[in-house]
Design a protein around this ligand. Structure first.
Ligand code: HEM
Length: 179
């Protein structure tokens, strides 16, 4: 039986770092495409570098998930709720992987280099093609919107557990003795 009540310190660190990066990236991405001002050029470079960081972190997160067990949901959680939680988690992981990869594919299809804070440049994944570019540009935006929806569901559920049920689910991802 799984008796773990808290996530590991490494899981908490990765979770909160990624939450901060992803939320900033979603809002930076959305504001970037609304403007043609000079800051947009700088913003796109930052967006790409942090996007690559998010991709590296999701790889580390998956390894960490295999190494450290996650706490089980409390018995009081209904089967339908547990299924919804698992499906949301699946959507979150799929988005964490597909959003940065579609961004990388989009930039590759237009031969726009993807640099990681000027330290190294990623190789192009596909050859230059305007239709491929348009496809991945559309996909990047659409999956990002789905990502926002999954995040909304995830945060709502976490707050419901933490503020109303007080069953330890929210506290399992927080340091200290919070419920
Ligand atoms: C966690 C990672 C990422 C998130 C959450 C994210 C999110 C977004 C969002 C919400 C938009 C606006 C989409 C729209 O409304 O059409 C956007 C645009 C963009 N993203 Fe990302 N992105 C991520 C990673 C990346 C990566 C890794 C790259 C490239 C290597 C990239 C390149 C771009 C570019 C170039 C645009 C502007 C598209 C255009 O209008 O030309 N993104 N991103």
């Amino acid at each position: 039986m799984n008796t773990i009540t808290k996530y590991s310190v490494s899981s908490m660190l990765i979770h909160w770092t990624m939450a901060l990066i992803i939320l900033s990236m979603l809002f930076l991405g959305l504001s970037m495409v609304q403007s043609l001002a000079v800051w947009q050029v700088e913003a796109i470079q930052l967006h790409k570098s942090f996007g690559v960081l998010a991709l590296i972190l999701v790889a580390i997160r998956l390894i960490n998930k295999v190494l450290y067990k996650s706490p089980a949901l409390p018995q009081s959680v209904h089967k339908a709720q547990a299924l919804a939680a698992h499906l949301t988690q699946l959507g979150l992981y799929a988005s964490m992987i597909l959003v940065p990869i579609s961004g990388w594919l989009m930039q590759s299809a237009d031969e726009r280099s993807v640099s990681f804070f000027g330290i190294f440049t990623l190789p192009d994944l596909v050859s230059k093609n305007i239709e491929t570019y348009a496809f991945f540009r559309e996909a990047h935006g659409l999956i990002a919107y789905a990502f926002l929806l999954f995040i909304f569901m995830h945060v709502s559920a976490a707050l419901y557990h933490g503020l109303i049920k007080q069953d330890g689910v929210l506290g399992s991802m927080l340091p200290g003795k919070y419920k």
